[in-house]
Design a binder for this molecule. Structure first.
Ligand SMILES: Cc1ncc(C[n+]2csc(CCOP(=O)(O)OP(=O)(O)O)c2C)c(N)n1
Ligand SMILES: [Mg+2]
Length: 694
């Protein structure tokens, strides 16, 4: 490689190379200083990422949340230094949680010097919400590519609803970089299959085909023909045989933009650790610093001053400013002018876009929500949910979603006239059909939410396990996604233990920031949705029953509005002052009510607390919590058809939990309730025992 004088006047080609080598050396230096990280892939992919950003993307560094920007997803998140370098070199600005631009850089050189250190805006992996310009959190391999499918669906949907003749308000593309790891993960296969089916031609994955993962050569475990696989999915497959060939990369990106009806995969043959004489093409370049001597040799091979660290040569920032900076600024200012005339021509639509971007709800979003009359036979949680969703989806134009092939069981299908299905030929449909792909569904829902749509995904509660990694990321990203999980306990008894959730509530309750809600009757379902819809930065899981639950008479019992506080006193003895607390969620609320009535008849002063959500309750004031669970009342029985794990925190060391400590069994529901003790008498007996009144 020729030695390049980093200080001399330069041609465009030299500036390209200088910019690429700046990304490479910043990555090397940052990993070296942090003594941890992944230098090899940034060294290999710097030309591709440079080309995507500086030659293709319509992205204005001055406004990284401009709604019509092209999206860039770094799915191989371990190569985060690629992103930190580019965000720094483009001068991408920071935005605060109120969507205000702060006029300071998103990633400073100092952040890069403090790569992977506490508080740095250059953390180990790309983190949405922490660093402006990061479109989605990546690191768990496969999540980024899968999430990008949601982003691509969102663009198509937005274009269908909001674009008008002469007003291409949404016409952006989604660029994704991924590696072997991403393409080995099942979630990527699910997502790619879905993207191919849907013909998402706004989606381009650039696959870093370097034949290396952590354990060594991919011949150890990954010998499939990726190109043929993606052709079979219905993708357009391109190949660039040299990751340093900017013209070929640019050409392939151009072919992507011209390709209609199919997503594009660009297979890019690269050399991990490019330029490092001893580590090039080895797994050693993947995840450890190069070491002093190798760094010197590598810099020498780039024609870089060997002792320089964190060097950004003059002209590099300007070169980005003249590329993506100028292109993005022009595109955004044209769009802004276009949007001003759009606002004049289509004021209602423009208002919707404004509201959506701020994650606000439209006026009247909760009108016509059902009120369910008292009914001892009642209605299933899933049925109530279906009715509520159908109202909300009509009130909130940008609320959409679907199920992983269980729409008829989850009752999540939007059945009102005009709801439609989202397909290649019908981009305005609000029913998404994810197929039996729960993991990709959850990642897709995240992608929709990152695009500011309000999105839900549904399946049986038991299969939340199949979606869990993406649910976790929605919490980490603080996205207001909605997961509708029905068949929340043993209601589908005959299906047996494979279909009966036990540990799912406990495990989801353990995810920080995720709100779980298990409503106890139809009106609690309504109130749960009312609460969830108002969330702007938290995902929610609704655990809903398959079987009918009695609709409580709210003239006798407390209002279901108490759901908004997580737990509330549903029923008290005359004059209050309970001696025993019965705490329940979901289908066990009516069970607790029956037990309560028996206890009252025996002269025992019991209180029923409906507790649909631990997380919401835990955020109430101490005063409120004490008013619901008076500290002086130690006799407490919790009843929930789920793992007993964690309930001690509410019943205390002297309380009792009636829950599950084993898997379920295959039998009719009644038989299961008997076998596992979910019967009023069991609660009554526990209460008596705790009070010493046997
Ligand atoms: C779901 C998941 N499993 C495992 C890891 C740990 N991990 C990080 S990078 C990596 C190897 C990835 O190989 P590849 O995508 O080819 O990246 P390259 O080394 O080529 O950059 C692994 C196993 C992870 N981040 N996510
Ligand atoms: Mg690899």
């Amino acid at each position: 490689m020729s030695i390049m004088n980093v200080a001399a006047p330069r041609t465009d080609a030299e500036l390209d190379q200088l910019s690429i080598n700046t990304i490479r050396t910043l990555s090397i230096d940052a990993v070296e200083r942090a003594k941890s990280g992944h230098p090899g892939t940034p060294m290999a992919l710097a030309p591709a990422v440079y080309t995507i950003w500086n030659r293709a993307m319509r992205f204005d560094p001055q406004d990284p949340i401009w709604p019509n920007r092209d999206r860039f997803v770094l799915s191989n998140g371990h190569a985060s230094m690629l992103l930190w370098s580019v965000l720094h070199l483009t001068g991408t600005c920071a935005v605060n949680p109120d969507y205000e631009r702060l006029g300071q850089p998103s990633v400073s050189l100092d952040d890069i010097r403090r790569f992977r250190q506490i508080g740095s805006k250059a953390p180990g992996h790309p983190e949405y919400h922490w660093v402006s310009g990061v479109e989605t959190t990546t690191g768990p391999l496969g999540q980024g590519v899968a999430t990008s499918v949601g982003m691509a669906i969102a663009q198509k949907w937005l274009a269908d609803r909001y674009n008008r003749p002469g007003f291409a308000i949404f016409d952006y593309d989604i660029y994704v970089v991924c590696g072997d790891g991403c393409l080995m993960e099942g979630v990527a296969s699910e997502a790619a299959s879905l993207a191919g089916h849907l013909g998402l031609d706004n989606l381009c994955w650039v696959y870093d085909n370097n034949h290396i993962t952590i354990e060594g050569d991919t011949s150890l475990a990954f010998t499939e023909d990726v190109a043929t696989r993606f052709l079979a999915y219905g993708w357009n497959v391109l190949r660039v045989g040299d990751a340093n060939d900017l013209e070929r990369i640019e050409h392939a990106l151009g072919v992507f933009r011209e390709t209609k009806g199919r997503p594009t995969l660009i297979i890019l043959d690269s050399h991990i650790g490019y330029g490092a004489p001893h580590k090039h093409d080895t797994a050693a370049a993947h995840g450890e610093p190069l070491g002093d001597e190798e760094v010197r040799l590598t810099k020498r091979s780039y024609g870089w001053p060997e002792d320089a660290q964190f060097l950004v040569p003059d002209g590099v920032r300007e070169h980005f400013a003249a590329g993506v900076g100028a292109r993005g600024a022009a595109a955004r200012s044209q769009w802004t002018a276009l949007f001003a005339s759009y606002r004049a021509a289509h004021p209602e639509l423009a208002t919707e876009i404004d509201q959506m971007q701020r994650r606000d709800l439209p006026a009247g979003w909760d009108r016509n929500l059902p009120v369910f009359p008292a009914d001892p036979k009642g209605i299933a949680g899933r049925d109530a949910s279906g009715k509520v969703l159908n109202v909300l989806a009509q009130n909130i134009p940008w609320l959409l979603g679907g199920s992983a092939d269980l729409g008829p069981s989850n009752k999540t299908t939007l059945t009102y006239e005009g709801a439609g299905s989202f397909q290649a030929g019908s981009r305005g449909g609000k029913n998404l059909h994810f197929g039996i792909r729960e993991h990709a569904m959850a990642a897709t829902v995240n992608g929709l939410s990152l695009s500011k749509l309000r999105a839900f995904g549904a399946t049986f509660f038991i299969f939340s396990d199949y979606a869990r990694p993406a649910i976790r990321l929605s919490a980490l990203m603080e996205l207001p996604t909605i997961f509708v999980f029905t068949h929340d306990a043993m209601g589908d008894g005959e299906d047996g233990p494979t279909h009966q959730p036990v540990e799912h509530l406990a495990s989801l309750r353990a995810i920080p920031g995720l709100v779980t809600l298990r409503p106890g009757d139809a009106n609690e379902v309504v109130e749960a949705y009312r609460y969830v819809m108002q969330l702007r930065h938290q995902p929610a899981v609704l655990a809903l029953s398959r079987q009918p639950l009695p609709t409580l008479d709210r003239r006798v019992f407390a209002s279901a509005a108490g759901v908004a506080r997580g737990a509330y006193v549903l029923a008290d003895p005359q004059g209050g002052n309970p001696e025993v607390l019965l705490i329940a969620s979901g289908s066990e609320v009516s069970l607790a009510v029956e037990a309560h009535e028996k206890l009252l008849a025996e002269g025992i002063r019991s209180r029923v607390v409906s507790m649909p959500s631990w997380e919401i309750f835990d955020h109430q004031t101490q005063e409120y919590r004490d008013s619901v669970l008076p500290p002086a009342v130690k006799a407490r029985v919790a009843v929930e058809q789920a793992s007993t794990f964690g309930w001690e925190r509410y019943v205390g060391s002297s309380g009792r939990v009636i829950g599950m400590t084993t898997f379920g069994a295959s039998a009719p529901l009644k038989a299961l309730q008997k076998k596992f003790g979910f019967e009023p008498d069991r609660v009554v007996t526990a209460a008596r025992q705790l009070l010493g009144k046997q």
